[in-house]
Design a protein around this ligand. Structure first.
Ligand code: NDP
Length: 263
């Protein structure tokens, strides 16, 4: 199937690692021009250098900043417009989860988490909305978690914030229609730097990577028996973001190996 992304411009927030980087690569494989951002300049520029060598420097734009900085996000959008002439697909992927129960989540933690989850959507969407409108086939595709629908007590504030984000996206799907489609993927457990960090900090340091991941999949009762791969999340994201999904808006696609328990 042709996704219709050739020569289109795709913006991926949090594109230097994990799901974001897999999405950047998938978009470049489809012939798109790609702009990516992340906070860590060193890793971002290493990644951008590799991508430029593989796909051509004229198809890759990378800027280091936090999407929580509204001004920097607006400046990035202007640079994308200058470099590529517009934006057709915004993929809001930047972020991370917070592990904490209600008892050990302070007011500051709550505010930080709500800030991260909401403004990692709001800032890029505000900054790119005008360009997406001009595209004629504009789309916003958010990365969210199954925790929005199936909360976990050990990730209490992340779960609550993610539910709010799904609600926001549903409103935007109406407000921005018919010009810009708004969709999301909701993830279960996908192998990425986040899980690598948790593996590195494992209690039993003698446990191998394969054994630790297999044990995790068993404990989480994932029907497909393993964590997802970043490429598997990327393919779903890119489909929703692309003109191939032209009649899909206000939808969420679960990428979890079947872990949800609701219908
Ligand atoms: P990674 O840690 O591998 O990638 C996260 C990316 O986002 C990095 O490029 C990171 O770079 C960037 N980033 C983080 N915060 C910001 C910020 N404020 N501004 C700009 N860039 C930022 O993790 P994943 O690939 O797993 O995560 C991608 C998304 O998927 C996240 O939103 C995460 O919460 C979500 N998710 C992941 C799940 C999983 O199982 N993997 C499950 C549910 C949701 P840098 O640190 O340099 O800024």
């Amino acid at each position: 199937m042709d996704l219709g992304l050739k020569n289109r411009t795709v913006v991926v927030t949090g594109g230097s690692s994990g799901i974001g980087l897999a999405t950047v690569r998938a978009a470049l494989d489809e012939g798109a021009k790609v702009a990516l951002c992340a906070r860590g300049a060193n890793r971002l520029h290493d990644v951008a250098g590799q991508l430029a060598a593989e796909y051509g420097a004229e198809r890759v734009l990378a800027e280091a900043f936090s999407v929580l900085d509204a001004d920097a996000t607006t400046t990035f959008a202007a640079k994308v417009a200058d470099t590529f002439g517009g934006c057709d697909a915004l993929i809001t992927n930047a972020g991370q989860g917070r592990v904490s129960t209600f008892a050990d989540t302070s007011d500051t933690d709550w505010r930080d988490e709500l800030d991260l989850k909401f403004f990692s959507q709001i800032n890029p969407i505000r900054a790119f909305q005008g360009l997406l409108l001009q595209s004629g086939a504009g789309s916003i595709t958010a990365v969210n978690s199954l925790l929005a629908y199936q909360p976990e007590p050990h990730m209490v504030c992340t779960s609550a914030a993610r539910a709010g984000v799904q609600n926001l996206l549903k409103s935007l799907a109406s407000e921005l229609a018919p010009d810009i489609r708004v969709n999301s993927i909701v993830l279960g457990l996908v192998d990425s730097q986040q899980w690598q960090r948790r593996f590195d900090a494992r209690e039993d340091q003698s446990q191998t990577r394969d054994a630790w991941y297999a044990d995790l999949a068993r404990r989480k009762a994932i029907p497909l028996g393993r964590l997802g791969r970043a490429e598997e999340a990327a393919r779903a994201l890119l489909f929703l973001a692309s003109p191939a999904a032209s009649y899909v808006t206000g939808a969420q696609l679960e990428i979890s190996g079947g872990v949800s328990r609701f219908i």
